[in-house]
Design a protein around this ligand. Structure first.
Ligand code: F6P
Length: 320
């Protein structure tokens, strides 16, 4: 029987985490289950940063970016003794089950705690959309809106100055933010972990856009961690008839009020996570698959291959 659940957010923050915290809290309380908010992710479990939540604790946060609970990257949580300490602290606080909100790393922590006797359920939240098993993660839609809004602005200025804008977006080795932004903004070139990086080919294509297609501007969307975008912009200036300029969107992509899509997804996933725990299920993660909210074992999710985005790159190629 579940009498008290804990909730924490871990890894990089994502817009919509607050909406998920709110849903977990309100659904649990509506079912007569007590709720404890744990600050600063798994680190807070070790440091006993516990706060009893009531309905009001999560008032006015549904539209706020970031996470009310704070988040932290805590690689030490891989260590057995640290996990044992977390279990000890959870038992001391009479927490029977836990909802963890974050990415794959967060899921691994959740699985370890479940295997040690405290049922945990994972909710996928990261702007990268790189969590196995789910079509979308909480935060991706809002980050995409931020990217699109900013690239649209860059297009205004680059088309006024015969420039080529190289825009670096986040993604942590996943190209989803890049390819979705590129399609939504009508970019000329997209470069991501999925496309690979061929500098000569990129320069050749930009030259062609200027000379043969007579474009007065071009937008290149490129995933982070692929190349130095300032250096690429300089090469564009040297080897094409465009003047190159680089923009790194950076952490702007992680902030802002969550979109209605993310609020809805977070609310539904939060509800589903509590229902799973109340049904005595642990070691599961919540997913949205073809518009349906489902739960699958974390162990299974972590083994799934990265979904193919070939159809999106083909669409991009057909639209340029
Ligand atoms: O996972 C979210 C993310 O924003 C990635 O896109 C990025 O690579 C990373 O986190 C940046 O991490 P930090 O905020 O710790 O620099």
């Amino acid at each position: 029987m579940v009498r008290k659940i804990g909730v924490l957010t871990s890894g990089g923050d994502a817009p919509g985490m607050n909406a998920a915290i709110r849903a977990v809290t309100r659904v649990a309380l509506a079912n007569g289950v007590d709720v404890v908010g744990i600050r600063d992710g798994f680190k807070g479990l070790i440091e006993k940063k516990f706060e009893t939540f009531n309905k009001k604790s999560v008032s006015e946060i549904i539209g706020r970016g970031g996470t009310k609970l704070g988040s932290a990257r805590f690689p030490e949580f891989k260590e057995e003794e640290i996990q044992d300490k977390a279990i000890e602290n959870l038992r001391e606080e009479n927490i029977d089950a836990l909802v963890v909100i974050g990415g794959d790393g967060t899921y691994r922590g959740a699985l370890s705690l479940t295997n040690k006797g405290i049922n945990c359920v994972g909710i996928p939240a990261t702007i990268d959309n790189d969590v196995a098993g789910t079509d979308f993660t909480i935060g991706f839609n809002t980050a995409l809106e931020t990217c699109v809004e900013n690239v649209d602005k860059l297009r205004d200025t680059s088309s006024s100055h015969n420039r080529c804008s190289v825009v670096e977006v986040m993604g942590n080795r996943c190209g989803d933010l890049a390819v979705y932004t590129a399609i939504n903004c009508g970019a000329e070139i997209v470069v991501s972990p999925e496309t690979g990086y061929d500098e000569l080919d990129i320069l050749e294509r930009i030259r062609y856009l200027g000379k043969a297609v007579k474009k007065n501007h071009a937008i290149v969307i490129i995933s982070e961690k692929i190349t130095d975008v300032d250096a690429l912009a300089r090469k564009i200036s040297q080897h094409t008839n465009f003047s190159g300029r680089a923009t790194v969107l950076g952490h702007i992509q992680r902030g802002g009020s969550p979109s209605p899509y993310d609020r809805m997804l977070a609310s539904q996933m939060g509800e589903f996570a509590v229902d799973l725990l109340m049904a005595g299920k642990g070691g599961q993660c919540v997913c949205i698959k073809q518009n349906e909210i489902i739960g699958i074992p974390i162990e299974e999710a972590l083994k799934l291959p990265k979904p193919s985005r070939k159809h999106l790159y083909r669409l991009f190629d057909r639209l340029i």
